[in-house]
Ligand binder design. Structure first.
Ligand code: ADP
Ligand code: MG
Length: 725
């Protein structure tokens, strides 16, 4: 059988996929199953002595330290709960800087004297683990000869159970650090940034006479993804190794018709969604929304927001679950930011706000003048943080995958700006131009109205092109990549806002020495807005005028990840992160190194895969077709047949093949030159020199796809991958 027929077989198999019916299972009742696979504080209350539970809940809610007796008691309760649910093993579940999650399983089993076995799990096992961590990236933080790192239990995020049809295991969320305590993961800085934000936000609230035990940031991430039939997936080496198509011509019909977005969900996809959501509910992940996205075969799932640490864990779990369940339905779930050229890519809108423990959303305008003043203070602090740290926000969303998306006319550009909407813009303008003068007349800061105008919270009023948009009671960071962990973007937001609050509180305290509260506040707001107003942009972020305008304003424009990443260890950023105890200089250096290396590795894989597909799949197809054409031309001569068509086609395909050959040679030559420099230099070189050549190879390959006989073409094509579902 030729390869060619295999492609058509694939197509047939994909088209004929039938979901197997779930037999005998009751319909899903969300309230009944919600959280049944997570160990919540409430469940532990029933399993622990009162005083132990109290101490644990102090730890969970206020970050107080945990003693070993409590840990022992919790460990036993946890093991009992897990084994009742059929778990045989446990793992410290952590988030190394690969952006994925890691786990090493240990069974609960301990042999006893009589030749039998007991199930045991101690407080020590719970609190600390020692994965052999030498193969996780450390960016120089950990010498390989002392490869040990340790994982430390995060009691603030609930343990959960992952099931398999042959058994299940207990996952304990943990942080991952080197023996010197340097963070090797995403969770540690996240927890530290929460502390920084908590401290400064409480200080700010105190100025407004508000006492609270704790302030945290809340996040909810809307996840976009593609589904593709796995028959196609396994026939695409590029999807399998790089997560995206490295060659592939645009289909004659893509998303131009805009008929997919919010359209009715295809049957098989819906079956998958329902099943995935069920698993997520059982894990206590509050998913709320599902819909078709803009591109064909693209979808979105969004949870209700939670405190940022739990939400970040849930985000990781959600990605894992989507991928896992998709398989059951004959799909592969693609989380890459840009699986297909020429159709929209996938992002993850990170909704972010700040909230007190009592549930007061500090970015909600509220409906009285006092709340409004407080709102404006926090709101201005976010803009100030964003203005002063555009570089960090840009770095936090950088990856080889997201580079394909940012700046395309589908995703927010790489220039960081904030959308605040007309009403708030108006408030700002008034604050800047004399709205301050007649404050004595009462009303909000002399604006003449007792409360802020209603800020619309509905989609129609939003600016879809902004990378960072205020949407009524939260900010939406839209430039985040679909495949990335939301932790670092959240770390950056928490830290830069903590820092802005710090600065603003310091100024407030100073102004208060010779002004009353309201005047002091006006001065601080005026100065803050005056200083950072250039970050506000309410217009079309996709327009060329904005690029020019942003440059005039002196905003950063960092189109590629490698342009931004070196800035991570600038003096300003080291100072900022160290001041708030979030990351020290070594930890920042290591992150820079790791991310540059990841970029390089990704590109290496892409280059190799491109070359191999071109040489082993596309060349042969083109040559076979050329043979056929040449035979026609030959025979034509003998029987006096006019063969211009075949001749032209032969010349065209031949030209395509020559172009392909030439561009591969150029690409390979360029890659060889990249060796030798520092990792960051290599990454930059690859970005500027190799990527354009890879695109040239793709152009040649795609040109061939347009011309070579379809039944010779070995790769599933866009039309098939995007429209068969
Ligand atoms: P919208 O109308 O803006 O889409 P939704 O209420 O549907 O608003 O929320 C979109 C996403 O924003 C959801 O994931 C939601 O949980 C999240 N979100 C809503 N409020 C907050 C908040 N205060 N903090 C963080 N995320 C939030
Ligand atoms: Mg959205």
């Amino acid at each position: 059988m030729t390869k060619v027929q295999r492609r058509y077989d694939t197509l047939a198999a994909a088209q004929n996929w039938k979901p197997s019916k779930r037999n005998g299972e009751e319909p899903m009742k969300i309230t009944k199953i919600f959280g049944e696979n997570t160990l919540q504080l409430e469940e532990l209350r029933e399993r622990l002595p009162k005083n132990v539970w109290k101490q644990l809940s102090q730890t969970v809610q206020h970050g107080e330290e945990l003693n070993s007796e409590v840990a022992d008691a919790v460990a036993v309760a946890m093991k009992d709960w897990a084994t009742e649910k059929g778990a045989t093993h446990f793992t410290h579940w952590f988030q190394p800087l690969t952006g994925l999650t890691a786990e090493k399983h240990d069974s609960f089993i301990t042999p006893n004297e009589g030749g039998g076995a007991l199930e045991e799990f101690s407080g020590k096992d719970l609190i600390q683990g020692e994965p052999d961590a030498s193969s996780f990236p450390s960016g120089g933080l950990r010498q390989t000869f002392e490869a040990r790192g340790y994982t430390a239990w995060d009691p603030t995020s609930p343990a959960f159970i992952i099931e398999n049809q042959n058994g299940s295991y207990l996952c304990i969320p943990t942080a991952f650090a080197s023996y010197n305590g340097e963070a090797l993961d995403h969770k540690t800085p996240l927890l530290r940034s929460v502390e920084a934000l908590n401290k400064q936000a409480k200080r700010a609230l105190k100025l407004f006479g508000v006492e609270t035990s704790r302030v945290n940031s809340t996040t909810g991430a809307e996840q976009e993804y593609f589904l593709i039939d796995e028959e196609f997936y396994y026939r695409r080496p590029d999807l399998m190794t790089a997560g995206r198509t490295l060659v592939g011509a645009k289909p004659p019909r893509g998303q131009e018709m805009d008929d997919h977005y919010f359209g009715s969900i295809p049957e098989r996809v819906l079956s998958f969604m329902l099943d995935a959501e069920k698993e997520l509910y059982r894990l206590g992940i509050p998913v709320k929304t599902r819909h078709n996205e803009v591109a064909p075969s693209q979808f979105e799932i969004a949870p209700i927001f939670e405190t940022c640490n739990i939400s970040a864990d849930h985000q990781q779990l959600m990605m894992i679950t989507l991928k896992r369940i998709a398989r059951k339905y004959g799909f592969e779930c693609l989380l890459h930011e840009k699986p297909y050229d020429g159709v929209n890519g996938s992002g993850k809108h990170l909704n972010w706000s700040i909230s007190t423990k009592e549930g007061m959303n500090l970015l909600d305008p509220g409906d009285n003048p006092h709340d409004n003043m407080q709102f404006l203070f926090f709101f201005a602090s976010v803009l100030k943080g964003v203005y002063e740290n555009q570089d960090l926000l840009r770095i936090s969303i950088g990856s080889a995958g997201n580079d394909h998306r940012l700046g395309g006319n589908e995703a927010p550009p790489a220039i960081i700006s904030a959308f605040i909407g007309e009403q708030l813009q108006d408030v700002f303008t008034q604050l800047l131009n004399g709205g301050l003068k007649n404050s004595k007349q009462g009303g909000l800061l002399g604006l003449g109205t007792p409360v802020l105008p209603q800020i619309p919270k509905h989609a129609g009023d939003r600016n879809r092109t902004s990378p960072f948009a205020f949407t009524g009671n939260k900010f939406e960071f839209r430039a985040v990549g679909s495949n990335q962990s939301v932790s670092f973007p959240t770390v950056v937001l928490n830290t830069i806002v903590a820092d802005a609050l710090d600065q603003m509180c310091t100024q407030m305290e100073k102004e208060r020495e010779d002004q009353n509260f309201e005047d002091a506040l006006k001065t601080v707001l005026h100065d803050t807005i005056d200083e950072c107003q250039d970050i506000v942009f309410n217009g079309d972020n996709y327009s060329d005028e904005w690029v020019e305008e942003a440059e005039k304003r002196g905003l950063h424009n960092l189109p590629d990840m490698v342009d931004a990443l070196p800035m991570l260890t600038n003096d300003k950023n080291v100072e900022l992160f160290e001041k708030h105890g979030v990351l020290n200089e070594d930890e920042l250096e290591s992150r820079k190194e790791i991310w540059a290396e990841q970029y390089l590795q990704t590109l290496n894989i892409e280059v190799d895969t491109t070359e191999s597909i071109a040489k082993t799949m596309i060349y042969p197809a083109a040559v076979r077709y050329m043979n056929e054409l040449a035979a026609v031309v030959d025979r034509g001569k003998k029987i006096d047949l006019e063969t211009t068509g075949a001749n032209n086609m032969l010349a065209t395909v031949n030209q395509g093949l020559n172009d392909l050959d030439k561009s591969i040679t150029e690409m390979r030559k360029a890659v060889k030159k990249a060796n030798g420099d520092s990792i960051m230099e290599q990454a930059k070189y690859v970005n500027k020199k190799v990527v354009p050549l890879m695109n040239k190879v793709r152009d040649a390959a795609d040109m061939l796809e347009w011309h070579v006989a379809d039944d010779y073409w070995p790769l599933p094509i866009y039309r098939e991958m995007l429209f068969v579902k």
